[in-house]
Design a protein around this ligand. Structure first.
Ligand code: TYD
Ligand code: MG
Length: 462
């Protein structure tokens, strides 16, 4: 038998390297490679001796997908309508963000609705889970609890009874199996444990939820190493300094990806936020320069967010560029376009950009709002009131149209906005109450803002 060779596995992404390196070449994370015994050499496959499988046509009867709703609307939206029987769902997130809280609330909601629910905690003792349930006022919900980390024991218990509707495993990193010799939390252990539980889900029809911590050190495998095995991947995000939490679907075999659910962490658990726009534009100060409201989309849902910019004279040889909640490369691009196409100089200024409320934006449609905030802060004049912005800026300075403009405008109107700066392209009808300022280039935006701002300054208003 060949001697087991050592190999190095990245705890963040699961990539395998032949020798140790400080940085994983696959995902770029530092200090995540750890030694694990390599699987024995693969034997070559024989092509004879297997049994025949039936091949089916694409058209045919499939059972309508039946889902189990939790009744927590923000949660059900993100899963695409509830838990799917026989599927595996991964909920990832930083430690302390509220994953256990969210799942005990979802588990209790299902149990109260008469479903059979099992909650396996590998991290906390039963007493701790009970204390949390007490605090959340869920003590009466008939959830079946266990504190266990050995996969074989968990599976033996689950298979000894009719399959429950929902099994929550909190967390996948604490589980271990006899099949592997490596320590709990290593990539091998996490993958094997996840595989066994996913197989159980498919076979029994139970819906299995795996909780995974996003880890920063290389000793414990992160949730990314099981992402490809599960049907649905949700990430629970938030900012330690803020109350709200976002549940985001990044992969969903049974529903839309990129949906978000918004929650607020309160003293009595997670509360749903049904109208998140009010949260992110709530603390606006209309008179100070450097703020613009972006009419964004998160999945199928419109979301208004305030973008804040501060452009201040710099004493540094290389002025600072600091960004919270947006892509720094995109900020550099917008600044370059403003310099090259609109004649606004930023070279001797520090630039700070912040997305209100700790939200992270990924949409290029935010370009126009960012540009408006920058122009406003650079010129020292507040942007026009009750105005929203959306549009993608290209390197030529042209404003490109973005998807779902009607939905964005409708949300803006609903929240009392009356004006919108939008790309100068034909698009769906705007709500009657909205006045549109169509801008073809970034230069048009700067000129239009300058005109409106001077009107504002001379007191004529609008
Ligand atoms: P938890 O669900 O344990 O996080 P995770 O499982 O993701 O590690 O939540 C931990 C934090 O949430 C903790 O710092 C306390 C806070 N919290 C509240 O603010 N209110 C509550 O009702 C609960 C249960 C927790
Ligand atoms: Mg937890």
């Amino acid at each position: 038998m060949a001697k087991a060779r050592a190999q190095y596995v990245c705890a963040a992404c699961g990539a395998v390297a032949a020798k140790w390196q400080g940085r994983c070449e696959a995902c770029g994370e530092w200090n995540t490679l750890a030694e694990e015994a390599a699987a024995s050499a693969p034997v070559s496959l024989r092509t004879s001796g297997g049994s025949l499988i039936a091949l089916e046509p694409l058209a045919g009867q499939s059972n309508a997908l039946h889902r189990i709703e939790t009744g927590i609307a923000e949660f059900d939206r993100v899963t695409g309508g509830g838990f799917v029987p026989g599927s595996a769902l991964l909920v990832g997130g930083d430690p302390g963000i509220g994953k256990s809280t969210l799942l005990i609330q979802a588990a209790a909601a299902l149990a109260r609705a008469g479903h059979d629910v099992v909650y396996i905690s590998g991290e906390e003792a039963i007493d701790q889970v009970r204390l949390r349930a007490d605090r959340l006022d869920l003590k009466d919900a008939p959830v079946q609890l266990a504190a266990e980390t050995k996969v074989e024991d968990v599976l033996a218990t689950l298979t000894s009874a009719p399959p429950p509707a929902l099994v929550v495993i909190d967390s996948i990193q604490t589980l271990w199996t006899d099949l592997a010799e490596s320590a709990p939390g290593t990539v091998t252990q996490v993958r094997l444990s996840a595989q066994a539980l996913i197989r159980y889900a498919k076979k029994s029809g139970a819906s299995v939820v795996l909780v995974g911590h996003v880890t920063k050190d290389g000793q414990i495998a992160g949730p990314r190493v099981v992402e490809h095995m599960v049907d649905t991947v949700l990430y629970f995000e938030g900012d330690a300094g803020h109350q709200f939490r976002l549940l985001r679907s990044v992969k969903n075999r049974f529903g839309p990806a990129a949906e978000i659910g918004v929650f607020e962490m309160t003293g009595a658990g997670l509360k749903e936020v049904a109208n998140p726009s009010t949260l992110f534009i709530g603390e606006r100060d209309h008179s100070s320069p450097g703020a613009a409201v972006f009419a964004g989309m998160e999945g199928s849902r419109p979301l208004l967010v305030e973008i804040q910019a501060l452009v201040a004279e710099s004493g540094l040889a290389t002025p600072r560029r600091a960004v919270v909640g947006w892509d720094p490369n995109r900020l550099a691009m917008i600044l370059a376009v403003l310099e090259a196409r609109c004649g606004l100089r930023f070279g001797s200024f520090d630039v700070y950009l912040n997305v209100a409320g700790g939200l992270r934006l990924a949409e290029p449609a935010a370009d126009l709002a960012v540009a408006a905030a920058l122009v406003s802060s650079r010129t020292g004049v507040a942007t026009p009131v009750e105005t929203v912005y959306f549009g993608e800026v290209s390197l030529s300075g042209a404003i490109r149209p973005v998807a779902q403009s009607a939905t964005r405008l409708k949300e803006a109107e609903k929240l009392g906005f009356s004006h919108a700066f939008v790309p100068d392209a034909a698009f769906e009808d705007a709500p009657a109450g909205m006045r549109l300022e169509k801008v073809a280039t970034l230069g048009d935006l700067v000129a239009e803002l300058a005109a409106q701002m001077s009107g504002q300054m001379s007191g004529s208003g609008r």
